[in-house]
Design a protein around this ligand. Structure first.
Ligand SMILES: Nc1ncnc2c1ncn2[C@@H]1O[C@H](COP(=O)(O)OP(=O)(O)OP(=O)(O)O)[C@@H](O)[C@H]1O
Ligand SMILES: [Mg+2]
Length: 372
């Protein structure tokens, strides 16, 4: 049986996810997965490159190699944990670390950039590595994102029930899976997932990487006036296809709105408002563009934020809300498993993008292949 490894390092910068996967009977089976830590200095170097600054080419070139080494180390750790030899791995699918995503620029200048040198990964592990998944979609007019909907479509579509899949990572994205194969799958980013919740607690309580189980947000009070103002942001008004990233939704984005509330809002109430904003922007988008969904399957790290999940469930009273755990794929490993699958598709020369999702003119085989 062929094994694959999926590597994902998302916008949250929480850790590198590495998943060992196989596809017996064409279904994904997750054998083992690890969170490989990102050191604080590595995280700082990534963050520094996520916004424009000086000397970017040298800093990017070096970080590309450092990340390639770190991804290779994550693979070796995963193999050591499972006792599986590298020769038994058919391929690695490495998403890389996004440091800039600019789908909104004018035609001919749009770009997206993921780093973490795949030459280094292939050389150090000896395993064929597929990487740079997003840029081919952009060359055919797509947003280069989101890419996981093809995976959602392959494994979560049914002919009996219209389902939507919600991934709550740094950003949040929705995939709508119709019951018939003639209707195209649609999907888009709804806006922030965990990013604002993580960023605000990290700024206010330096030791906290995230609002654990959403307890801090749950103890605050939503400021309806601020909520209303934030919801008027232009990204939420845009129709799909659309995608976004850290370069748009970040602390500076929040701060421009918070300035008006300097002396009237406590940090905990800001957190409560951000949780409500995240839940509302997600559920408004589902009601507007995925209203046919009878069931919503949620995945991504945000599933573990109890406060956020409760707000989402409450707003979608007529939809059955489940998590991917209910279907045997743990919520936090979905993206890594998806990139293992996308590598498999690329090696079979099958397209991995969905034009109805990214806005591409046609399906394309994604990524580059770096032989092991
Ligand atoms: N117990 C928890 N309580 C609250 N939040 C949690 C918990 N566990 C995970 N999270 C959230 O999930 C985030 C990580 O989610 P995930 O790895 O899916 O995001 P990501 O790396 O940004 O991925 P991507 O952007 O590619 O979807 C953490 O940063 C945190 O905000
Ligand atoms: Mg992550």
């Amino acid at each position: 049986m062929k094994h694959y490894i999926g590597l994902m390092s998302g916008t949250s910068l929480d850790a590198i996810d590495a998943a060992l996967v196989s596809f017996p009977d064409e279904r994904p089976v997750l054998h083992h997965a690890i969170n490989y830590p990102l050191s604080q200095s590595l995280r700082n170097d990534i963050l520094a490159l996520c916004t424009p600054g000086n000397n970017e080419i040298d800093r990017m070139g070096q970080l590309d190699i450092v990340l390639g080494n770190t991804f290779a180390a994550a693979v070796k750790q995963l193999l050591a944990d499972t006792g599986i030899d590298a020769t038994q791995i058919h391929a690695i699918g490495s998403h890389g670390q996004t440091i800039r995503h600019r789908p909104g620029l004018e035609k001919g200048k749009r770009f997206t950039l993921q780093i973490g040198d795949p030459n280094t990964i292939a050389e150090l592990t000896g395993i064929t590595t597929v990487a740079d998944f997003r840029r081919r979609d952009m060359t055919v007019g797509g947003q280069g994102a989101p890419l996981v909907p093809a995976f959602h479509a392959a494994f979560f579509s049914t002919d009996t029930q219209t389902r939507a899949i919600l991934n709550i990572g740094g950003m949040a994205n929705v995939t709508l899976l119709p019951t018939d194969t003639k209707t195209p799958v649609s999907g888009f980013d709804t806006g922030p997932g965990n990013i604002l919740l993580d960023s605000w607690i990290q700024q206010q309580q330096q030791q906290q990487p995230c609002d654990h189980d959403g307890q801090w947000a749950a103890s605050g009070t939503v400021n309806l006036h601020l909520l209303d103002t934030l919801l008027k942001d232009r990204f939420f008004q845009l129709p799909p296809p659309k995608s976004t990233g850290r370069e748009y939704f970040n602390l500076a984005w929040l701060q421009q709105y918070l300035n008006a509330y300097k002396h009237t809002l406590t940090p905990v109430d800001v957190q409560a408002t951000l949780s409500e904003l995240t839940a509302t922007s997600i559920t408004d988008a589902i009601k507007k563009y995925a209203a046919e969904a009878i069931e919503l399957v949620v995945c991504g790290g945000g599933v573990r934020n109890t406060d956020l999940m409760q707000r989402i469930v409450k707003k979608l009273a007529s939809t059955t809300v489940k998590t991917s755990d209910d279907y045997g794929l743990p919520a936090e490993w979905m993206e890594a498993v998806a990139f293992a699958w996308l590598a498999r598709e690329t090696l079979a020369y099958r397209p991995g993008n969905l034009p109805g999702v990214t806005g591409a003119h046609h399906p394309v085989v994604l990524g580059g292949i770096f032989p092991g």
